[in-house]
Write a protein that binds this ligand. Structure first.
Ligand SMILES: Cc1cc2nc3c(=O)[nH]c(=O)nc-3n(C[C@H](O)[C@H](O)[C@H](O)COP(=O)(O)O)c2cc1C
Length: 331
């Protein structure tokens, strides 16, 4: 048996497989099952800025004012009090999970502005969370909003959250930056202890009969991992933070690839939702076999071994390789 232990943002995880934020981690019973299967840590589903802001605005008296401030929120959340257990239920979930499992429990906040709501991070800390993952899900629809302004908002948000807590904070990033390595580095300078690549944007579909924009949630495919491997391999060694991968992790081989690229943790949601918590146990057992067959005694030995700085030919990660790949296609 190899040593599956990994260090992530100062936390010791018994395995590098993390259950990322999803409804599966919304109940302590499921979190117990995931721990039994060998999961290294769980990330709870996100609490949204809008949930917290609306709560702080004495909703009943000032509902009109609340909807004016957050026009999207009312349409988006069918019931702001109970979504993801709501703010009070969320803290209870942290407490219950911490009482029942010994693996780290990571709370998640989803927001884009450095408003008063982020003081809630401190309550997550008091409830016993081991870390906070910040899911920055901004969709810059305003053509007058510059990329500098969007990025400044992200950096301010991370700095503000770090001011409020002593917990490690990971940022779950989107792939849509002109310079992902640069924003990754600046987020770390702003205080991020971890970077998780990449958020999946749930893109709305069109109902062409009723001409409506309809929500569509499609679980991931393993091919989605490649984009994450590419950027983690590039970032590894260039940022002062631990890296995680989310998006397309389905098998033990995928976990090996994440580690080799330079990630400390490989996060899984779609495969767990599809196959249940037992899937984690099967993946970890296959990971152990793979490590034995390849004579690795620990997962930490392989961390970053395929990163940009470590591979003999780093141009494999660069523009030139794109031309080579296109040129290799034969009709
Ligand atoms: C039903 C569902 C709910 C999710 N809820 C959250 C959430 O609350 N916060 C968050 O950061 N990510 C959320 N995610 C994204 C996952 O944590 C994960 O990053 C994404 O699904 C990619 O990983 P995968 O390929 O293993 O599914 C959700 C995903 C799904 C499918």
């Amino acid at each position: 048996m190899s040593d599956l232990t990994t260090k992530y943002m100062g936390l010791t995880l018994k395995s590098p497989l993390v259950a990322s934020a999803s409804p599966l981690c919304e109940s302590a019973d499921n979190i117990v099952k995931l721990e039994e299967q060998g999961i290294g840590a769980v990330v709870l589903p996100s609490l949204f800025e809008e949930q917290l802001t609306l709560e702080s605005l004495t909703i009943d008296a000032d509902l009109e004012r609340g909807t004016d401030s957050f026009p999207e929120s009312i349409n988006f959340f069918p019931d702001l009090h109970t979504y993801n257990l709501g703010p009070d239920g969320y803290l209870e979930l942290i407490e219950e999970a911490k009482a029942r499992v010994s693996i780290p429990v990571i709370a998640s906040l989803n927001g884009i502005t450095a408003g008063g709501w982020i003081e809630y991070a401190r309550q997550m800390q008091e409830a016993g969370a081991d870390a906070i993952e910040l899911n920055i899900y901004s969709i810059a629809t305003d053509p007058l909003q510059s990329s500098e302004a969007v990025e400044k908002g992200y950096l301010d948000l991370v700095a503000k959250i770090k001011e409020n807590v002593r917990l490690p904070v990971a940022v779950k990033l989107s792939p849509f930056f002109s310079a992902p390595a640069n924003i990754g580095k600046r987020l770390c300078e702003a205080g991020a202890d971890g970077l998780v690549l990449f958020n999946r944007f749930y893109q709305p579909d069109f109902d062409i009969e009723d001409r409506e924009v309809v929500p569509s949630l499609v679980l991931s495919r393993p091919e989605e991992l490649l984009l994450r491997l590419h950027w983690v391999a590039i970032l590894y060694g260039h940022v002062d933070a631990d890296l995680g991968i989310t998006g397309g992790v389905h098998s033990a081989q995928d976990v090996v690839k994440c580690l080799m690229a330079g990630a400390r943790v490989a996060c899984m949601t779609s495969a767990l939702l599809r196959n249940g918590a037992q899937h984690a146990g099967r993946v970890l057992s296959a990971l152990n076999n793979w490590l034995d067959e390849h004579e690795y005694t620990s997962v930490s030995e392989m961390c970053g071994s395929m990163s940009y700085n470590a591979v003999p030919d780093p141009t494999a990660y660069e523009r030139g390789n794109y031309m080579k790949v296109l040129g290799s296609y034969t009709l």
